[in-house]
Design a protein around this ligand. Structure first.
Ligand code: PMP
Length: 460
């Protein structure tokens, strides 16, 4: 075993790391990242990496955007904190809300800010319940999500998440949550089923679930346009149209979780636009501030706002809010982020580099370890398999996805392994064509390295 640095030991003895095997971590210690510039970060030993996952799908403008640093510094000097409770406010709150309202993919009346994607989806649950109580639909409490969805880790958001590690041992999901099918055609299509037949079956299953639950008890449906942490799952053409038709038939509220897809990631400002979703509300976080400071939000339509006003007349105070709701420093950075997206035409930029990104991801499908490669805009993934024709997975205990991630790090590329030996790519949106080539040249080297260690036997 290599000896651990003092910094590593200090970390091991003091910090609980999310999404980490805490036992194995005591042996390996952390990779300590020290600084960043553009699309690159440097570790504590001075090694340079391309951040191929933009941190956690979030540092869209890279690591040293001077205008964001300036916006934060200026706000810290002027007023580092004030709150928005009980009628108090600050100018950054309305400035950011106005900018968001102008670009979101539905007619939003108001914005309710919070601190993270999990909090945003938690607010969605509470708002839907509050709205339905306010308009007398007190039985409508259930929220339908999907298997393999990722909506966060607070108690309500984790209930909407459809991944076992987020439920097991946490006594989740809570009883309001239901999970319908995941639209991963590569994995879940029946033999011989076309994409069209697959999406029709999924919509029929959703309708069956709604009927069995009793439509009068179903409040909302929540979906990521592209499922991120569940495996970068890009729905087949027409999927959301069929799903939305079922929801409309039963008057079910549609929440689009735009926490990853929002702000140009898929080649439109929002994933809802890329996939033809007509949401009633969206959740945003991550790239809202290019991840420089924590801030997130949900949009509120006019109907919901009117119902909230009526409820206020009846019961008084709207009893929800965080100390850091619309935090002024976060709001200033987010407002500047949205200004930059606009003035630098970030959507246009993503569209100009996406063909190269999509082509380089597609090329990875030729690699012997890769069963499926998929990409849209600047998000993509490869699914590693032991056998291409049967799509047989590797034994999860072999940790092939993790091995590719480790090998990529040796080649100076940070990417992320998701469950099912899926390796995700989601670089900062500022990548240029040459950076994309660089990312995928390194990824190909990493795959070759791992292939060389995998015996022919296990590949069969
Ligand atoms: N929704 C989606 C789609 C996400 O990808 C994430 C985070 N990866 C969340 C919600 C939760 O966000 P946070 O980690 O900021 O709580």
């Amino acid at each position: 075993m290599t000896s651990l640095s003092n910094a590593a030991v200090r970390d091991i003895e003091t910090v609980i790391h999310p999404y980490t095997n805490l036992d194995a971590f005591r042996g390996t210690g952390p990779m300590i990242i020290e600084r960043g510039e553009g699309i690159h970060v440097w570790d504590a030993d001075g090694r340079k990496y391309i951040e191929g996952l933009a941190g956690l799908w979030c540092t869209s403008l890279g690591y040293n955007e001077p205008e964001l640093i300036e916006a934060a510094t200026e706000q810290l000097r002027q007023l580092p904190f004030t709150h928005v409770f009980g009628g108090k406010s600050h100018e950054r709150a309305a400035e950011l809300a106005e900018k968001l309202k102008a670009i979101v993919p539905h007619k939003a009346s108001k914005i309710l800010f919070c601190g993270s994607g999990s909090e945003a989806n938690d607010q969605q649950v509470k708002l839907v319940w509050y709205y339905n109580n306010a308009r007398g639909q007190t039985k409508r409490k259930k929220i339908i999500s999907r298997q393999r969805a990722y909506h966060g880790v607070t108690v309500a958001s984790a209930s909407l998440t459809g991944l076992l590690p987020n439920h097991r041992d946490f006594d989740l999901p809570l009883s309001f949550a239901r999970h319908t099918d995941c639209p991963h055609y590569y994995r879940y299509a029946e033999p011989g089923e076309t994409e069209d037949e697959f999406t029709t079956r999924l919509a029929q299953n959703l309708e069956k679930m709604i009927i069995e639950e009793d439509p009068e008890t179903v409040a909302a449906f929540i979906a990521e346009p592209i499922m991120g942490a569940g495996g970068v799952i890009i729905p087949p053409e027409g999927y959301f149209q069929k799903i939305q038709a079922v929801l409309d038939k039963y008057g079910i509220y549609f929440i689009a979780d735009e926490v990853i897809c929002g702000f140009a990631r898929t080649g439109n400002m929002f994933g809802s636009q890329t996939f033809g979703i007509k949401p009633d509300s969206i959740s945003v976080a991550k790239a809202l501030s290019s991840a420089y400071v924590p801030i997130a939000a949900v949009t509120i339509g006019e109907d919901m706002y009117q119902a909230m006003l009526d409820e206020s007349k009846k019961i008084g105070t709207f009893g929800h809010g965080f100390t850091y709701t619309a935090h002024p420093v976060a709001a200033a950075v987010a407002a500047k982020t949205l200004e930059i997206y606009d003035k630098r035409n970030i959507v246009g930029h993503v569209r100009s580099v996406a063909p190269k990104f999509e082509a380089r991801v597609a090329r990875l499908a030729e690699h012997p370890l890769v069963g499926h490669a998929r990409a849209k805009g600047l998000i993509g993934a490869i699914e590693l398999v032991a056998e291409k024709t049967s799509k047989r997975s590797f034994d999860p205990a072999a940790g092939i996805g993790a091995a590719v991630v480790k090998a990529a790090e040796k080649h100076g590329l940070i990417v992320r392994a998701l469950g099912g030996d899926i390796v995700a790519f989601c670089p900062p949106l500022i990548v240029k064509d040459a950076d994309i080539d660089d990312i995928f040249d390194r990824a190909e080297h990493a795959l070759d390295d791992v292939e060389a260690t995998v015996t022919k036997e296990s590949l069969r």
